[in-house]
Write a protein that binds this ligand. Structure first.
Ligand code: ATP
Length: 630
């Protein structure tokens, strides 16, 4: 699939063409409380509906005669009016409404609005790609049927494709399905490639939309005079092919294709899903599907959410369609996602079976640049706590940068809390590692790699130096909700808590324990992986570092699922190792010998060191050698 480079650059840079590492999470919105929203609306004599994810009301900023629908997100307070297209933070709206109590709005009053929350703008300009594509509406039935065959789509789905506004490119190598924003503008496209069958998403920065198929509209012309009941159920899929299969199955629910697959459910599309009282997820079988379903249902309100469990024999809606299964029955049998605080094995049974039959997928996402780490840790999993320590200057930040980049390139939404080094320096390391070349010598290629880095799901907390735990947790929770963060990195815990020399040892230990406990429960509660970089206790150069070398009490290593130690024997020519000291998932411990490339700032795994360089410590002779060296 050929996508014009000019277009990709526009996507990466956002609508102003201004390069911004806009993914800096500054602060969490303050004063977010549903009761406050309600009180202010009542104060303004405005009625409201307390919905699943938003409070809905009439917009006071619109024309008095025909006000638009105002949605206020119950978690962030981010408000938006579909008609006047004003949007912003709750505090700005509240200020305006207080003004409105005293006098009429003036034009200037609205200047404060349209302040995007962390770069989110629900109202994109239409992506200017349509002129290079041909609407299927303009094609004959024969031509469409030929395309359906070539793209392996079900026969006779031309009406479905026309309804969702599918387009084809001039060479008929890709089909383009538009994502419609909340104000019915094309925010981007899902592109289906003919040869590979691969689906990709093209969306402008900070913009989002949905592809929705309305079954009732196919029959509405036949029964145009009859009053049709509003459809209150929807099936969410991540693949356009599945959406087309479901559309052919005769189900009555709306069929909705999500823009970012399992990686993210943007908050600006929540109002579009507000009117559904039943939402069923039917995601294809892939790594991380249950994590995504749990995360999305928490956002959409689990009380209305259900999930179809894909398995090896029916991995997707399209496979079910091809197997002539009854898709209507499968959807009706979807299991509810709302669980009570106390559960039984009966309700866990399906998930346990799914885990056991997909053990490779449960193991987690594999690092591309650290295969030996995969052998030991079996991959990266959500909901875990990892502690990384290592001697001063051994390369903890540099390693963590590469480790997180590797995961982000595979779609792991990552939030960096870089308390020790400023974000621009961290971004420089990330960029050099991404490029794999010393960029300062190749400045002509800066844009190429910077554009690529901007499209990765990496976000940065704007904190530097000491910050209170409460403040950090508030921002973390906000970012997790808005961006579906799957990996949080805190570098380093000591810099975050600002260990001052005058605080006593006991006080420092107590404060660090509190921090560890807070991150542990955040990881579990939000099913998010947290990596804490912690300095070691004072150590002698080349000293062998073990579990007891992590700074603080035993809390950090007790609470952690994984403990990694960067062991530096370079002074004694013994090399550099990443040691896995604790591994709760499968118990494997061992070490990975590393080499550092100063040009690319990348670590590579040393191929040959001595027999048994990776694996169980007890069997490994090189370990004895290291102890001697240490
Ligand atoms: N193995 C290595 N060999 C040579 N230089 C390295 C190596 N690892 C990292 N560096 C370089 O050393 C510097 C410090 O690295 P980094 O900040 O990652 O270390 P750190 O362990 O996080 O430091 P600190 O203990 O201060 O937190 C960086 O300039 C980095 O490029």
């Amino acid at each position: 699939m050929e996508v014009p480079r000019r277009f990709l650059r526009a996507v990466a840079r956002g609508k102003n063409g201004v390069r911004n590492f806009s993914k800096v999470v500054s602060t969490a919105p303050e004063n977010v409380c549903t009761n406050d929203f309600k009180k202010v609306l009542l104060d303004m004599d405005m009625s409201y509906v307390d919905g699943f994810t938003c409070i809905q009301s009439e917009c006071k900023l619109c024309s008095v005669k025909s006000p638009g629908n105002l949605y206020i997100n119950k978690t962030t307070g981010f408000f938006t009016c579909v008609k006047c297209k004003n949007y912003g933070e709750w505090t700005s709206l509240q200020k305006l409404y207080f003004t409105a109590k005293k006098r009429e709005f003036k034009k200037n009053d609205l200047f404060d609005l349209k302040s995007p929350l962390n770069g989110i703008n629900p109202y994109p300009k239409e992506l200017s790609l349509r002129e290079t594509l041909y609407a299927l509406d303009l094609k004959s039935d024969d031509e469409i049927n030929k395309l359906l065959q070539q793209f392996h789509l079900p026969n006779a789905s031309s009406t479905v494709l026309k309804q969702i506004g599918a387009h084809v490119d001039s060479t008929s190598t890709s089909l383009y399905f538009p994502f419609w924003s909340i104000d019915k503008v094309i925010a981007g496209y899902r592109v289906l490639a003919k040869d590979s069958g691969k689906e990709t998403t093209l969306l402008g920065a900070g913009h989002s939309g949905l592809i929705t198929f309305y079954p009732e509209r196919l029959s509405s012309s036949k029964q145009s005079n009859k009053h049709t009941k509003a459809v209150r159920s929807a099936v969410l899929v991540i693949s356009i092919v599945d959406a087309v299969a479901l559309a052919k199955s005769g189900i009555k629910s709306h069929i909705i294709c999500l823009p970012h697959g399992i990686s993210m459910l943007p908050i600006e599309i929540l109002p579009l899903l507000e009117n559904y009282s039943k939402i069923t997820f039917w995601f294809r079988n892939c790594i991380g599907i249950w994590d995504a379903i749990r995360c999305f249902s928490a956002k959409l309100n689990p009380k209305r959410c259900y999930a179809v469990k894909p398995n090896a024999s029916i991995p997707s809606a399209m496979a079910a369609f091809e197997n002539s299964e009854n898709l209507v029955t499968i959807i009706a049998d979807a299991r509810p996602l709302h669980v009570e605080d106390v559960t039984s094995f009966k309700s866990l049974r399906a998930e346990v079976m799914s885990e056991l039959s997909n053990i490779g997928k449960v193991e987690g996402i594999k690092w591309r640049c650290f295969p030996q780490l995969n052998n030991l840790l079996k991959g990266f999993r959500r909901g875990e706590l990892t502690v990384l320590s290592g001697s001063t200057g051994s390369g903890k930040t540099t390693l963590m940068s590469q480790y997180s980049l590797d995961l982000a390139e595979q779609g792991v939404n990552t939030l960096w809390g870089s308390f020790e080094i400023p974000n621009h320096r961290l971004a420089r390391t990330l960029l050099t590692q991404l490029a794999g070349i010393p960029l300062h010598e190749h400045m002509d290629r800066f844009d190429e790699y910077a554009d690529k880095l901007e499209t990765l799901p990496m976000y940065f907390m704007k904190f530097h130096g000491q910050h209170s735990l409460d403040k950090v947790m508030q921002v973390l929770e906000h970012a997790q909700y808005v961006y579906d963060i799957a990996h949080v990195i805190i570098d380093t815990v000591q810099f975050m808590m600002g260990v001052s020399e005058d605080s006593s040892g006991v006080d420092r230990f107590w404060r660090q324990d509190n921090i560890i406990a807070a991150f542990r429960s955040f990881a579990t509660l939000h099913n998010c992986h947290v990596t804490l970089v912690i300095h070691p206790r004072k150590e002698r150069p080349g000293e062998h570092l073990g579990l007891n070398s992590v700074f603080g009490g035993a809390k950090a290593t007790q609470e952690a699922d994984n403990v990694l130690m960067l062991q530096d024997y370079r002074e004694s020519k013994g090399g550099l190792f990443l040691k896995i000291l604790k591994n709760r998932f499968c118990g494997e411990v061992g070490r990975v010998p590393l080499e550092f490339n100063k040009e690319s700032l990348r670590f590579t795994q040393q191929k040959v060191f001595s027999p048994g360089t990776v694996g169980n410590d007890s069997k490994d002779n090189s370990w004895r050698k290291l102890n001697v060296l240490g």
